[in-house]
Design a binder for this molecule. Structure first.
Ligand SMILES: *[C@@H]1O[C@H](CO)[C@@H](O)[C@H](O)[C@H]1NC(C)=O
Ligand SMILES: *[C@@H]1O[C@H](CO)[C@@H](O)[C@H](O)[C@H]1NC(C)=O
Length: 502
């Protein structure tokens, strides 16, 4: 009887079982940052009955991502992505499209090693009969190759916005001069497309990224994959061009409006309400009656204050010590630094979302990773961003242009500079008002973004992972010169000149 009932249940669910797809998300090495941007969408796909798994190279145990794991254990090898040189760049150097080649090199070196030492494991994962590969748009050539050698369709997943190079490869009709550069220089916090020179900077960033990602990083990836895809046949350009969709985590309301194609969707416009409450220890600290408000200082999972240059560390320590009217929570690994006063609480793990959503919180000081910016938006918290690397300056600029954040230039960091910025934000109501105003319209769309993304996936699965040809823009099959009509702009004046001169 029990068995009969079971069979009946299975029978009822048959149509859903048939529609369920097997999806593998492949991300960069130990790629928690990228994976967690995409995880909410993966969880949403699970709700629709799809099987989701995560592939990456791991060097140590990582968190639970709430999906099946297909990790490649590379412990014992060096993880280039956490080298000390990286912290030096983060605290002390400019980050441009040229630097973007470095993580692509790291990803290529790692992939080369995987194919040398763990090829069997890699093959086993690749050949698991996946219906669709979701590819991290950055630094994961071994993931791209899984789709290439199995001939299965793939989708590009962008943990921030679509990068300039990828956008070009896919024939997205973006006006590069009118976009804020992906790698906005740290000195251009007042970037505006109204200025000719600023549009030049945007254009250089766009074409520079295209050259670095397509050319330099593309070459490194061809080299990394040579044992399975003979040199030079892997093409990152074609890999993007042939992808059946691009999904990004960048919320549309934060970003400048631009042209959209059918095969582009941003699922990033959502806020997760906090699931639990502050523990007694934290609540007691932030609710102290003598406190004028809570300031949270948290620079994400990657930045490690123990490797910060001493003078930068001292500046933060001294300024935070001065804010005695407030309660300060400083997220950092390692021991509590000497000389810190009792209104500053230090912890290697901070309930960030709960603190940001707490009613006494008045300021968030952070690095401007997209997830931090979104947490600031969703909790309507006035912010100060000190961008450190990657596209963080651009993210900070987006927040600043919505009026709820200020930008700190890491090169100008001094005690008075930091203190002035902090006092400016906590003592002027406009940042709070703007944050609340922006949040009030932020997620106001007819359909929740994650549901809409899941709907688009459903349609994609219906067509076996690749939409019919009509769905894609013609520009994908044309060169950039043809797409932008540069051939006309150059050829026709030349012909006219020739006619006139004859
Ligand atoms: C990875 O491999 C190392 C030895 O090479 C082993 O000690 C470790 O437990 C493995 N990790 C996992 C998560 O399997
Ligand atoms: C932009 O910033 C620079 C220095 O950071 C300043 O000299 C300039 O006046 C600013 N321009 C505008 C339009 O605010």
């Amino acid at each position: 009887m029990k068995n009969l009932f079971l069979i009946f249940i299975i029978f009822l669910n048959l149509p859903f079982l048939c529609e369920s797809a097997k999806v593998l998300l492949t991300v960069m090495d130990q790629g928690r940052s990228h994976a967690t941007s995409i995880t909410p969408l993966m969880h949403r796909l699970q709700k629709d009955g799809h099987l989701t798994a995560l592939e990456m190279a791991t060097y140590k145990k990582d968190m639970d991502f709430g999906m099946a794991e297909r990790f490649i254990n590379m412990s014992g090898f060096e993880n280039h992505f956490i080298s000390k040189d990286f912290f030096k760049i983060a605290f002390e150097d400019e980050f441009t499209f040229v630097h973007q080649a470095v993580p692509f090199f790291f990803g290529s070196i790692s992939c080369n090693r995987i194919l040398k030492h763990q090829k069997e494991r890699w093959m086993e994962i690749a050949n698991e009969n996946w219906d669709l590969f979701l590819s991290d748009s950055l630094f994961s050539p071994c993931g791209y190759a899984m789709a290439e050698i199995t001939g299965k369709p793939h989708v590009m997943m962008h943990s921030s916005d679509v990068e300039s190079a990828h956008g070009t490869f896919k024939g997205f009709s973006r006006n590069y001069a009118l976009m804020v550069p992906n790698f906005l220089p740290y000195s251009m916090s007042n970037f505006t497309t109204d200025k000719w020179w600023h549009r030049v900077i945007s254009t250089v960033d766009w074409f520079g990224s295209m050259f670095i990602t397509g050319g330099v990083a593309g070459f490194a990836q061809k080299w990394a994959l040579r044992s399975i895809i003979p040199f030079p046949y892997f093409s990152f350009y074609d890999y993007n061009r042939r992808s059946s969709f691009s999904f990004t985590d960048m919320p549309d309301p934060l970003y400048p409006i631009g042209a959209r194609t059918n095969d582009y969707f941003s699922f990033g416009t959502y806020c997760n309400p906090p699931k639990n409450q502050l523990t007694e220890e934290w609540a007691e600290f932030v609710n102290a009656p003598e406190s004028k408000g809570t300031i949270l200082v948290a620079f994400g999972t990657i930045i490690d204050w123990r490797f910060a240059p001493e003078e930068k560390f001292e500046i933060f320590l001294n300024v935070l010590n001065k804010l005695t009217d407030y309660r300060v929570v400083w997220s950092m690994k390692g021991e509590r630094p000497d000389g810190l006063m009792t209104h500053v609480k230090v912890s290697s793990w901070v309930p960030q979302q709960l603190i940001l959503n707490h009613e006494k919180t008045v300021l968030f000081v952070s690095h401007g990773g997209l997830k931090s910016v979104k947490e600031a938006v969703c909790s309507a918290t006035p912010s100060i961003f000190m961008p450190m690397f990657a596209e963080q300056m651009r993210n900070a600029w987006l927040a600043k242009s919505k009026g709820f954040a200020r930008i700190l230039n890491k090169f100008h960091l001094s005690e008075s500079y930091l203190e002035n910025h902090i006092r400016e934000v906590v003592e002027h109501k406009s940042y709070q008002t703007n944050a609340e105003h922006f949040l009030s319209t932020f997620a106001d769309s007819p359909m929740p973004a994650l549901d809409e993304a899941a709907f688009k996936f459903k349609r994609l699965f219906k067509y076996n992972g690749k939409m019919p040809k009509y769905f894609y823009p013609k520009a994908i099959d044309l060169s950039y010169i043809e797409t932008l009509n540069l051939d006309f702009w150059v050829l026709i004046p030349l012909i006219l000149c020739w006619l006139v001169s004859n």
